[in-house]
Design a protein around this ligand. Sequence first.
Ligand SMILES: CC(C)(COP(=O)(O)OP(=O)(O)OC[C@H]1O[C@@H](n2cnc3c(N)ncnc32)[C@H](O)[C@@H]1OP(=O)(O)O)[C@@H](O)C(=O)NCCC(=O)NCCS
Length: 196
Amino acid sequence: MLQDIPTPTSRQSRGCVLETERLALRRPTLADVKAIAQLANDRRIAEMTRRLPFPYLPDHAVEFVNSLGEASGDTVFLIELDRQPVGMVGVDWRAPELPELGYWLGVEHWGQGFATEAARAVIDFTFEEFDVEHLISGARVANPASRNILEKCGFQWSGVELHRFEAIGSSTPVDCFKLNRSVWSSLKNWGTSTRR
Ligand SMILES: CC(C)(COP(=O)(O)OP(=O)(O)OC[C@H]1O[C@@H](n2cnc3c(N)ncnc32)[C@H](O)[C@@H]1OP(=O)(O)O)[C@@H](O)C(=O)NCCC(=O)NCCS
């Protein structure tokens, strides 16, 4: 059932596990901080994400996991492959009318379609659980892989904005994207046709 006007606690993944063909997505805990820090501590990740610091230390991971307490409004999932963490995906509800999809993967896991698979699961979760009309996301103009993921998920380009990226210490152009519920719903219902 759809929930309207999500309150902070209602937006959490609430211990829910999402399973895709190859991945399991679950709420991160303090037991994951070492793995999270090892995966995230790479400049190639930090420079493409707005808020990840570099270097990314275990204390950053502790602070992040602790921030996901009852008061947090975010929907955050640790991405696991064969029960090993490989990255993170989630929805930032800081602007409740503009929930924002974000994701990153450890570098050794790039190039295998995992981010697209994880993003699709979280997009489905968001539209199925919450009464929102659209999701937004963004990718640095220098990040064709992320732009490609968003387009494969049905997001449409909506313009370029300047956003500050913590790891580079300055603002940089970001391609902004939007996915409307109607587009998502249409893609989900696009059945197969047969040829005779
Ligand atoms: C962006 C990121 C999540 C991609 O993860 P991934 O699992 O490798 O992505 P996927 O394999 O699902 O999809 C990437 C797509 O971009 C394509 N791609 C990769 N590099 C590319 C490039 N330099 N130019 C054009 N397309 C590229 C891939 O071929 C793939 O498309 P395809 O499935 O049609 O072949 C990963 O590189 C990452 O974590 N980067 C740092 C953090 C980040 O950028 N996060 C997103 C912030 S907006």
